[in-house]
Design a binder for this molecule. Structure first.
Ligand SMILES: Cc1cc2nc3c(=O)[nH]c(=O)nc-3n(C[C@H](O)[C@H](O)[C@H](O)COP(=O)(O)OP(=O)(O)OC[C@H]3O[C@@H](n4cnc5c(N)ncnc54)[C@H](O)[C@@H]3O)c2cc1C
Length: 338
């Protein structure tokens, strides 16, 4: 357990933004958390924010309250049933280490979600997704501390109300639940997902015709390393904006005006590639004060050197205005702005 005051969070957000909090509470066991919450939950001025790996956060000011930082570790196989294998990981586990561990333990399914920064707890909050897979396909149950009642509660997959980077933890339970652990329902039998063109290309180039889950993990890591900025080298929160979802009418009108528009179908709707929209506005590499649009991936805003949170926020406003002026599409931030 660690308790700090007037603490700088620069090392705790992947944008590398300088921001302070009044109190920083880091815990390694759930009991430490329960004691801390018991002591403070009835304080009139108790204001808190749960900060995992800080890889989807933009601090635009100091946080006038307590940062709660889970560092609980542990992963284990809880149950096996036919081809199904249920694995549980504590909220503070590093996500990618958990993915690697699951594959090593012959529990398959998460390989396409390899190399996403952050923690296991946040994987359920965010319903993380990449390369044709989403966490919600595999989450079985989420265990959390309900702050109103002080009870430990369990949430089934259905009750989590997962959507595109959405869950109940961002809405009804926002500020009311601290995730303690997540149980993932994985498979003993590999179910290879090579639906993404980049993955297929990597496999062909490397003469892998019958890939194992470990091959898919290696492919995803190689592709991501090539395409995305490394957290250790360049500050960012990954995709800064969500891909906007539009109905058929809007899509048809856009397609007529911009025949090259990049999109995916999403049920009856269409998900537009936000990176393409930004790129069409000529913004790749565009810099505003200390922040910039990544030169290869327009969807990623970066800390180009000593950016403040407001530099990034102002840049995101510029991007949103330009995209709206050209396409009449509103880009919504994926990153959580504080
Ligand atoms: C280079 C880069 C690439 C990325 N690529 C992807 C990608 O491909 N796909 C994708 O989906 N995301 C991606 N992201 C975004 C990010 O990795 C995910 O959103 C990740 O899940 C955030 O995890 P975190 O632990 O850092 O959460 P944080 O950023 O610290 O927090 C995110 C949210 O979860 C809440 N939270 C965290 N832990 C808990 C807990 N235990 N209980 C309750 N609430 C909690 C926080 O309060 C906050 O609301 C990328 C980010 C970077 C920097």
């Amino acid at each position: 357990m660690r308790l700090e005051h007037d603490y700088n969070l620069r090392e705790y957000n992947t944008f590398g933004i300088n921001a302070k909090c009044n109190t920083f509470f880091e815990y390694s066991t759930d009991n430490e958390l329960f004691d801390f919450i018991r002591q403070h939950r009835n304080d009139d001025d108790f204001k808190f924010f749960i900060l995992g790996g800080g890889s989807n956060i933009l601090f635009t000011k100091d946080f006038d309250g307590t940062i709660i930082h889970p560092c609980t570790k542990g992963r284990n196989i809880v149950y096996e049933n036919g081809d199904n294998i249920f694995v549980e990981a504590q909220a503070g586990e590093n996500w990618d280490e958990f993915v690697e561990w699951s594959i090593t333990n012959k529990a398959y399914g998460l390989e396409n979600l390899s190399y996403i920064p952050g923690t296991v707890g946040a994987s359920a909050v965010q319903n993380i997704g990449a390369y044709g897979a989403e966490a919600r396909q595999f989450i079985h149950r989420v265990k959390f501390l309900h702050l109103d009642s002080g009870d430990i509660q369990y949430m089934t997959n259905e009750a989590c109300c997962f959507g595109y980077r959405e869950s109940i933890f961002k809405h009804l339970l926002k500020g009311k639940a601290i995730i303690l652990s997540v149980v993932y329902k994985l498979s003993k039998r590999p179910n290879i997902n090579r639906s993404y063109a980049d993955v297929e290309k990597f496999l062909t180039e490397n003469n892998i015709s019958n890939p194992t889950p470990a091959d898919i993990r290696n492919a995803i890591i190689a592709i991501r390393r090539k395409k995305l900025p490394e957290v250790s080298e360049t500050g960012s929160a990954g995709s800064f904006f969500k891909n906007p979802v539009v109905n058929t009418e809007t899509f048809n009108a856009l397609k007529e005006k911009f025949p090259e528009i990049k999109y995916f179908t999403a049920g009856n709707d269409y998900k537009l590639a936000a990176g393409w929209l930004i790129d069409q506005c000529g913004l790749k590499g565009f810099q505003h004060k200390g922040a910039a649009v990544h030169k290869n991936q327009a969807l990623i805003l970066i800390n180009a050197g000593n950016a403040t949170g407001n530099d990034v926020l102002e840049l995101s406003d510029i991007v949103r205005e330009k995209v709206f002026a050209k396409f009449e599409i509103n880009l919504e931030p994926e990153a959580i702005i504080i």
